[in-house]
Design a binder for this molecule. Structure first.
Ligand SMILES: CC/C=C\C/C=C\C/C=C\C/C=C/C(=O)SCCNC(=O)CCNC(=O)[C@H](O)C(C)(C)COP(=O)(O)OP(=O)(O)OC[C@H]1O[C@@H](n2cnc3c(N)ncnc32)[C@H](O)[C@@H]1OP(=O)(O)O
Ligand code: FAD
Length: 680
């Protein structure tokens, strides 16, 4: 079945000409209407077409070009990203893109780590979340009009994960009604905040509040860093770029020191905690409410794991259809490498995961907006669940997406190692997501702690009702149950798949809880007992998060079925969901075998079913990546071009290499010629 209507995306960057015949054939053989799946992914036809208009505008605009990015120095890359920021602002005005959603769409289409990312992603949300109505009235119009540019300055040279250990102090001076910000040690230097080094005029600084020698905990403060006239740092402020990084060259991650910098009292963001003129301190309604922007960003990061992985898979799948190696038998034509089972086994689970994460993203967005609605009504009851769930999902999704990009790169052979494949920079720019907004391992501890607590409560109080995704912790009888998927067919039953994931998660939680008790019985206090089970806690958090992802995928398909989605689309989504479920059981088989939940009676049909699923996905693979609807601009890859003219594009892009500007190598005269022409 061919697609119901054609995508409206231009073929940019690729070398024009007749499309690759294999890709054309693959596209013609899809079993489902690709366009309908695109509408499903992006929230309907109207929204898809809107996104395409923006994507087209960006892709055809020379200011947003990416093709020469590999040949620019760090400084040039930073300047170029500022040029893009200016143009982004011009386009907002020109095309009347004033809504937050339009601007987000435009930034996503530009597809670069712009030095205003922190301004829109954390600075403005912190003012919205933590500022009083008056503070919002004062700063939001300036920030939204880019009259000031801000960032989120929390991490320090010596302190990142452990926020309570931050050293920057904000001491309240009652006599002048000011806070005095100071960096008392080298390790108190703010270090890492994006756009802090050179771009930001302001920032929200997290500092420990001290009033009359009393420590009141870490709070957010609005601080101006640079003159709005000439961009020079203000008195008492030392600020700069932290230097070369693994990648992320367009972003000026910065350092910042305060030497007794005074700010007015109303520059503490006081929505939840307040300092009155006389120095009276009012505590916030929840001790972690000032961490809310991080929870927001973790939810955002979960959403982007899908699109990032989808890009890598799109590149690898298209290339694997164009690339041919070896005939099966002599005299036959060479095979497309995607026909090889190993290539399918590497790529299709990642394709399935990109779709799975799409539904996880929808789920966490919904959970986050419910949480915000509650918070506005001073109801913080959902915060622990929101924090724990987002911490676990942020870790699982970024870990899998990071490893997945590298798998895609390796599966493209030598050309995957070329930066022109787009995969090395996708990987290098993405992997810090495992670290920023909470180191993944540290985040896993948060979720595991939450699960252990709930498990303990459920054990102590039989009949206790726990929230939806953790309700399995009530059912310790589940531990006695075993898998009964003894045929390939039974492995396709979502109830059985979910049972396996629930059982594994519960087992690991129960095991951790038992070990905690055992460590304490050996004489350790609770703190040291927790230290003794930390690597198991990471496993617990991952196991639970896998369950959440699968549960959402299964539920989403059920909802789509109920809302009348067509059979071919449901069929292909179900196949992807099955592969996701079975692949990650296969990947962690030890967990399931260790406690006798599975035996070889079940693993043989499991492996066989996975092979069948790979075969089932093969004819739809190109259509499934096409449905993500990326422009060539967004992919930035010679291997992933929509028209499949991979070799032509690689060859043309390579010509831009500065070394190719002259026929004779730079340095030839000094370094090569002397020994070539030296007498023997
Ligand atoms: C739209 C965007 C576009 C573009 C963006 C562009 C680029 C983005 C790129 C990068 C941006 C990066 C930004 C950053 O990295 S900002 C810095 C982020 N830093 C962190 O994430 C630090 C991680 N550490 C923490 O979050 C906490 O310190 C930690 C949770 C590890 C521990 O906190 P603390 O020591 O204060 O608490 P505990 O004693 O451990 O726990 C007490 C209690 O509180 C609960 N808790 C902790 N955090 C939260 C929270 N956020 N919400 C709710 N509850 C929380 C914790 O679970 C404990 O509960 P209980 O066990 O019940 O007592
Ligand atoms: C690209 C990038 C952008 C960033 N942008 C910003 C920004 O805009 N604003 C900002 O404020 N910050 C920013 N950061 C900082 C980032 O938030 C921190 O690096 C992150 O929170 C991790 O903290 P850390 O560096 O202190 O790691 P550490 O906590 O020092 O972690 C190092 C290792 O120790 C382990 N570890 C730590 N604590 C424990 C524990 N209790 N038990 C067991 N193991 C532990 C970790 O798992 C990890 O393996 C950015 C970082 C990067 C890389």
């Amino acid at each position: 079945m061919s697609s119901s209507s054609k995508p409206n995306l231009p073929v940019t960057n690729a070398v024009n000409g007749p499309p690759n015949a294999d890709l054309v054939r693959e596209r013609g053989a899809a079993s489902f209407p690709v366009r309908d799946l695109t509408y499903l992914v992006y929230g309907g036809q109207e929204r898809t077409e809107h996104l395409e208009r923006i994507a087209n505008m960006v892709a055809s605009d020379p200011v947003f070009r990416k093709t020469d990015r590999f040949f620019l120095s760090r400084t040039e890359q930073y300047r170029r990203s500022l040029e893009k920021v200016r143009h982004y602002k011009e386009l907002i005005a020109k095309h009347n893109l004033h809504s937050e959603l339009d601007q987000q769409d435009l930034r996503q289409a530009i597809d670069e780590d712009l030095p205003i990312g922190l301004h829109v992603g954390m600075f403005i949300p912190t003012i919205v979340g933590q500022g009083t109505d008056e503070q919002q009235k004062k700063w939001l119009p300036l920030a939204r009009a880019y009259k000031i540019i801000g960032t989120y300055a929390q991490t320090e040279l010596g302190h990142g994960s452990f926020i309570r250990g931050l050293e920057t102090v904000a001491t309240y001076d009652k006599s002048t009604q000011e806070f005095v910000l100071n960096s008392p040690t080298l390790t108190a230097t703010k270090w890492w905040p994006g756009a802090l080094g050179k771009t930001s005029t302001h920032c929200v600084v997290f500092a420990r509040l001290v009033i009359s020698d009393r420590e009141c905990g870490v709070h957010p403060f609005m601080v101006q860093l640079r003159s709005l006239e000439n961009h020079e740092p203000l008195k008492g402020i030392t600020v700069g770029d932290i230097g070369p990084k693994f990648a992320y060259e367009t972003m000026d991650n910065g350092f910042l020191r305060f030497d007794h910098v005074r700010i007015p009292r109303d520059h503490m963001l006081m929505r939840f905690a307040q300092v009155a003129a006389d120095g009276t301190y009012s505590t916030p309604p929840h001790s972690k409410v000032s961490y809310a922007t991080m929870v927001f960003m973790r939810a955002y990061i979960i959403g982007t794991a899908s699109s990032t992985l989808a890009k890598a898979v799109t590149i690898a799948v298209r290339y694997s259809c164009v690339r041919k190696q070896f005939p099966l038998r002599s005299g036959e034509p060479e095979q497309q490498i995607l026909n090889y089972q190993n290539q399918q086994a590497a790529l299709f689970p990642l394709l399935a995961t990109a779709y799975a994460f799409h539904f996880t993203g929808n789920y966490i967005r919904q959970m986050y907006s419910d949480f915000v609605r509650g918070m506005r009504a001073q109801d913080f009851s959902v915060l622990p669940e929101m924090h724990a769930t987002s911490a676990g999902l942020k870790s699982l999704t970024t870990w899998i997406a990071s490893a997945g990009i590298e798998t895609c790169r390796a599966s493209c052979g030598g050309h995957g190692y070329s930066k022109l494949s787009g995969l090395p920079s996708l990987y290098a720019n993405y992997i810090p997501a495992c670290t920023y907004e909470g180191d993944n391992t540290v985040m896993c501890f948060q979720l595991a702690r939450y699960l252990l607590k709930l498990y303990g409560k459920a054990q102590a109080k039989p009949g206790l009702r726990l929230p939806g995704n953790v309700s399995y912790l009530e059912k310790s009888t589940l531990l006695d149950e075993r898998c009964d998927a003894s045929t390939e067919e039974l492995w396709l039953d979502p109830a059985r798949q979910l049972h396996a994931y629930r059982n594994r998660a519960l087992r690991l939680v129960a095991n951790c809880a038992n070990r905690l008790v055992a460590e304490m019985q050996k004489g350790k206090d609770e703190v040291l007992a927790v230290e003794a089970i930390k690597s198991d806690m990471v496993k617990v958090a991952k196991a639970h998060s896998y369950y959440v992802v699968l549960n959402n995928f299964v539920n989403a398909i059920e909802q789509l079925r109920a809302s009348g989605t067509s059979t071919p689309i449901l069929r292909v989504l179900k196949t992807l969901c099955d592969l996701f479920a079975l692949h990650f059981i296969q990947a962690d088989l030890g967990d399931f075998l260790e406690y006798g939940y599975l035996s070889s009676l079940h693993t043989e049909p499991l492996h066989a079913q996975i092979r069948r699923l790979l075969e089932a996905i093969r004819p739809d693979a190109v259509a499934l990546v096409d449905a993500f609807n990326f422009t060539d601009h967004a992919l930035g890859s010679a291997l992933g071009v929509h028209n499949g003219r991979v070799y032509e594009t690689l060859f043309e892009w390579a010509q831009q290499e500065p070394l190719n500007k002259t026929q004779v190598a730079p340095g030839y005269h000094e370094y090569i010629k002397p020994f070539l022409l030296a007498k023997m």
